[in-house]
Write a protein of this length. Sequence first.
Length: 294
Amino acid sequence: MPFRLNRLRVESGGKEIAMKTILMADPVRFPRMTTQELRDTFLIDGLHQPGRIDLAYVDLDRAVVGIAAPADSAILLPTSPELRARYFTERRELGVLNAGGPGRVNVDGTSYELQNLDVLYVGRGNVDVLFESTTNDSPAVFYLLSYPAHTSYPVTLIKRAGAQPMELGDAKTCNRRTVYKYIHAGGAQSCQLVMGVTHLHEGNTWNTMPAHTHMRRSEVYFYFDVAETARVFHLMGPADETRHLVVSNRECVVSPGWSIHAGTSTQAYRFCWGMGGENQDYADMDLVPIEAMG
């Protein structure tokens, strides 16, 4: 059965309200779970709340997932009792993707301007991380993904134009897409966090096919730029006994190492993929032939 505690919600004034903790299911229990139990365990929804920050703690590889949505005033990234830390990045690193309008992130007194689809890497040991929107008409939406870190690497701003692109797929198989790698072994340096964004070309809907697994790392998908009337159908589970989740805009899916992760939609969209675990090799994946799926 899924197990959830609270969720950390911090308003612009810095008030702590609570924190949600998510414990993963294993592949033995997975086939017996209802649709609601699957959603409660693997889907992280309701994170985008204008004017505050929402965070969820996942026991899988100790990931923290969240959205900071500053409105009229700045939002300070808090710590929480669950982390047993004096400040959030005392033992952690953080990836920040701006999925909204222009904004800035202030890290220990240094300000970084993030336009839409820019990414900021924040290394271990930075005490104050502050999120702001540049304009009220088009506020920033900062997607956050964090993993434990064993050492400190420099804060690095990766502009969209500076991300490493890779063309994949084909229109014939409905999965023509461009993958942009931001935080990875050949880009911004990190301890274990790997992070990037996949753009589906118009008329294409499959984000990953054939599907794959990687037992060395967990992965989190953040789906965004999904039209209000569209939905993503995210495939998950062991390759021979898959299930699906119906996902809306700005919702996340947590993927354990034993689960495939692929999806299709009613129209094109974007998603941020982020990984943490054993290594940072983007190509470390075990492909699953389509004919082996069930």
